[in-house]
Design a protein around this ligand. Structure first.
Ligand code: ASP
Length: 451
């Protein structure tokens, strides 16, 4: 049994829905189809989810949202026409949107999530109607009735553990089940969504719950590449990548799959197969527990900008018991996530996301560092980037870091930071943001054939 998730670009219009539906029909193992909301039909188009967010925001700001409502219903109406679906389908969609608009909400976040979820929910109903119109056995599944329960953190909800046992029962149902991605229900029956791009998470949870032998994730690229294709022309496609490697690369910018979607698949050891709806015969990329093939010692090179480094020095820091604990507590008190924390003898650097650390928080940190921790020096550098090489085979190979640092030094790139050791399969380099892309290209050239 396979769970296959189709992203917004695979469902953007009638033709794309036909294409995605035919892919499902081609393999009888494809029993559960998870759908996103219709995405962009062209570069300047607007995703249905964004149209719904505009509609919700209009209502929250006290406007009637008539134009925004028409834009949403217009998108669905176009698709219904393109697929020659009966009028009943679009009427039901319009009624559903109006019901969401006129419902009573306890707060704005609840209303926003209920409207956002309408994209996936109505897309699933529409796709199920398309299968039925073609004479195939198919059914829309309501996530609430199926038991997909989420926490009430609107806009970034997390799955509640009992969902898995509930969803497992879907195995017993016949025909193609069309399940809307991106949202579930809180225990008190409210709609809550995952963070943006969260239909990937729904797919992974379902695949884990029903014990699928594969989770297919249909998107609009042929595969995961060893480097960002916007930086390097014709980069090496990856036929296989391990969960660990994918996790590390996703951290530094590989965005093919939502990072929260890896966890359920990884924990239940369900291979994830990234495939292209527009080129279904392309082999795609399989994300698996243990790789069978290795092309080279480095699997991928990635980089991400927007970091800040706080350099802290205190004489005899190495002998002061509890210094790191007190330091970390300051960040925890400010609800700041520490991304990395390399240490020296008398020094520690704390790496955080720059946008999370505003000037007010920085002032508090500085004051507490000097007043409570008695540090001798502390200064912040913004505009930093993290560039990393990742490869499962690196742990057993001598000299990978040496090759990487030599290549970067030949290119004249100054390394502000090197982090290796915590993860055996990656090495991270801190560089100034302006060198980020150049450093990625330099590392790619060192470990792969540069076109
Ligand atoms: N439609 C949602 C979004 O645009 C979720 C998804 O497509 O996965 O973020």
């Amino acid at each position: 049994m396979k769970v296959c998730k189709f992203g917004g670009s695979s469902l953007a219009g009638g033709e794309q829905i036909r294409r995605s539906g035919s892919i499902v029909l081609r393999d009888p193992d494809r029993r559960i189809m998870v759908v996103s909301a219709p995405g962009k039909r062209s570069k300047n188009d607007i995703k249905v989810t964004d149209l719904l967010i505009s509609l919700a925001n209009a209502r929250i700001s006290g406007y009637d949202g008539v134009t925004e409502r028409s834009a949403v219903i217009g998108r669905f109406a176009d698709i219904c026409n393109e697929l020659s679906l009966p009028d009943r389908v679009i009427l039901e969609i319009a009624t559903d949107i109006d019901r969401r608009l006129s419902a009573k909400y306890d707060n704005d976040m609840e209303m926003l999530d209920t409207l956002k979820a309408a994209g996936e929910d109505n897309c699933a109903k529409l796709v199920a109607a398309w299968f039925l119109a073609g004479g195939y056995e198919a059914a829309y599944v309501n996530p609430g009735e199926a038991g997909l329960f989420l926490s009430s953190d609107y806009g970034r909800a997390r799955v509640l553990p009992e969902s898995y046992a509930n969803l497992q029962k879907l195995r017993e149902r016949n025909g193609i089940l069309v399940f809307p991605g991106f949202f579930g229900y809180t225990k008190s029956g409210k709609v809550a969504t995952f963070s943006r791009g969260g239909s990937d998470i729904t797919g992974a949870i379902l695949a884990a719950a029903v014990g699928a032998h594969e989770y297919e994730n249909w998107t609009d690229v042929d595969s995961v590449f060893a480097v960002n294709p916007n930086l390097v022309p014709n980069p090496q496609p990856l036929s296989e990548i391990s969960f660990k490697e994918m996790r590390e690369l996703a951290y530094a910018g590989f965005s093919v799959l939502h990072d929260e979607a890896l966890e359920p698949a990884w924990q239940h050891n369900i291979p994830v197969h990234i495939l292209n709806t527009n080129n279904p015969d392309s082999p795609g990329t399989r994300i698996i527990e243990r790789r069978q093939t290795f092309n080279g010692v480095v699997t991928g090179v990635a980089g991400s900008k927007g970091f800040a480094m706080l350099h802290i020095t205190k004489y005899l820091m190495n002998r002061e018991i509890g210094f790191a604990a007190k330091l970390m507590q300051i960040f925890a008190d400010l609800n700041l996530s520490i991304e990395h924390m390399p240490t020296g003898i008398d020094s520690i650097t704390v790496v955080v996301r720059s946008d999370a650390l505003d000037d007010d928080k920085l002032e508090i940190i500085m004051r507490r560092l000097f007043d409570e921790l008695g540090v001798h020096e502390a200064y912040l550098e913004r505009g930093m980037a993290i560039v990393m090489i990742v490869g499962a085979a690196m742990a057993q190979t001598v000299g990978v870091t040496a090759r990487a640092t030599s290549a970067l030094s030949r290119a004249g790139i100054n390394l502000e930071l090197i982090i290796q050791g915590a993860s055996e399969i990656s090495v991270l380099f801190g560089v100034k943001e302006e060198f980020c892309d150049f450093a990625i290209k330099t590392l790619y050239r060192e470990f792969f054939t540069y076109p």
